[in-house]
Write a protein that binds this ligand. Structure first.
Ligand code: NAP
Length: 267
């Protein structure tokens, strides 16, 4: 029987570029001294490669995640999920509290409104749909595949829907076309996108970070309004604003827990 892996075990909750960068940086910095596993929900058909180990699929709620933590000897959790992945973040907070495992949130920097931006901030897709008729007829929708039914009643509008994967079924929109794309997106390409499709208005999540910010710059240049979904509230707890800061947190935790683990193993 293989000997159980006795190294400290970091679980990264992923699905973002930051999570992949963190996994690569953790493997690079700690090498064989740390076991790194990245968890993906399995939403995309071609998930990005990650350094270290990878697991795919839901855990089965907070209890399922707590069970995974116990079963796989997870010592530390870094929640590097998307700012709008509120459910898994809440479940991670609950599971880590229950399992007494330290948890850090790798938080993506929020976008800041600049002069020339025409943002209309709303709390959900229903409010975004309510705002649209006053703003134009051709809408660039970049909020993902879920919840598009909120726009179903807007029969006079045409939607350009950007998705990572082709949708398996017809979208619940009266008039639309799908554009496939996976970030990061550059400014020239986003400007061309808005012009080619004669976009009047964008709908975006306030995701923050660099990978999808160019569409906002392009909208500002063209004077287009952006209906911006506010971020959901994140659960409280330790936060890092960069991969480097997350690595420092990790190093401090490993230094604090390392000797105890060695003692356990010797004893
Ligand atoms: P969510 O609503 O917060 O989570 C829904 C369920 O998906 C969770 O309850 C969990 O299932 C499972 N799940 C989510 N993230 C997981 C992960 N990293 N590993 C294992 N299971 C996970 O999440 P979402 O908004 O659907 O996002 C899903 C994934 O896509 C996340 O990893 C996120 O980082 C990434 N992503 C999301 C967005 C976005 O706009 N929401 C954008 C880009 C990338 P169980 O309850 O069964 O454990």
């Amino acid at each position: 029987m293989p000997r159980p892996d006795s190294r400290p075990h970091l679980l990264i909750l992923g699905g973002t570029g930051e999570a992949a960068a963190l996994a690569a940086a953790a493997v690079e910095r700690f090498g064989e001294a740390l076991r790194v596993t990245t968890s993906l929900a399995g939403r995309t058909t071609r998930p990005a490669q990650v350094a270290g180990e990878r697991r795919v699929g839901g855990f089965g709620g907070a209890d399922g995640l707590a069970g995974y933590i116990a079963e796989h000897g997870v010592d530390l959790v870094i929640d590097a999920t998307h700012p709008f992945a509120a459910q898994i973040s809440a479940q991670a907070a609950a599971a880590c509290a229950a399992a007494a495992v330290p948890r850090l949130v790798l938080e993506r920097a929020a976008w800041v409104r600049e002069p020339g931006d025409r943002w209309i901030e709303v709390d959900d897709l229903g409010a975004a749909a309510a705002a649209l008729p006053a703003l134009g007829r051709r809408c660039f929708l970049t909020t993902g595949a879920r919840g598009l039914g909120a726009f179903a009643a807007l029969g006079h509008m045409h939607f350009i829907v950007r998705l990572v994967d082709p949708p398996g079924t017809k979208l619940p929109l009266a008039s639309y076309e799908v554009v496939l794309g996976r970030g990061p997106f550059g400014l020239a390409a986003e400007r061309a996108m808005l012009e080619r499709y004669a976009i009047d208005v964008l709908v975006a999540k306030a995701s923050g970070g660099g990978a999808t910010a160019a569409k906002l710059l392009a909208a500002r240049e063209l004077g287009l309004p952006v209906v911006m979904l506010r971020r959901p509230l994140a659960p409280p707890g330790a936060r890092a604003g960069s991969v480097a800061a997350a690595l420092d947190w990790l190093a401090a935790r490993l230094a604090a827990t390392g000797p105890a683990r060695e003692t356990e193993e010797i004893g």
